[in-house]
Design a protein. Structure first.
Length: 162
């Protein structure tokens, strides 16, 4: 791991204690060390803005990071975080579309369950309560040692008119 990544990770490790503004400033200082089109730096800039509650400012950084070929493991994180940002910007349908595309392309991605959780939140925000619960239950069922089959069946039978 290079020194830059170690310093970024150290900022995030201290973020809860440092607070939003100090974390944003520290990440921005590190981002400034990299080229303007550096996908990882753009991703970190986006995350810092999200952390500081500046979702509208975070969105273009996420999009730029993805457009510049952000590698894994950060790409999956950026997609989930961008979807969450879109949801927080009151654009749940756009969030859900992004997550559906991600899950359709990579259903076994390590962040697939997180994507499904955010999809459930987006469905809920978009007024599709039964679909939201169904999504959450489908994500949960494979992790149940017992009753996974039953939970899956009950989720399938949920009434969309809730």
């Amino acid at each position: 791991m290079d020194d830059w990544r170690q310093r970024v990770d150290a900022v995030w490790a201290a973020a809860d204690d440092a607070g939003e503004e100090a974390t944003l400033a520290a990440i921005d200082a590190l981002v400034a060390e990299r080229p303007a089109n550096d996908a990882e730096a753009l991703f970190e800039a986006a995350g810092a803005r999200d952390f500081a509650g500046r979702e509208a400012d975070a969105e273009p950084f996420y999009r730029a990071a993805l457009a510049h070929g952000l590698p894994e493991p950060y790409r999956g994180q950026a997609i989930v975080q961008l979807a969450s940002t879109l949801r927080n910007l009151d654009r749940p349908a756009e969030s859900l579309s992004l997550l559906r595309d991600f899950l359709g392309a990579e259903p076994e991605h390590p962040l697939a369950d997180a994507a499904r959780a955010f999809a459930a939140l987006s469905l809920f925000d978009d007024g599709m309560r039964a679909d939201a619960l169904r999504e959450a239950l489908y994500a949960l069922a494979p992790h149940l040692a017992r009753y996974g089959r039953a939970v899956t069946a009950y989720a399938a039978a949920l009434d969309d008119d809730l």
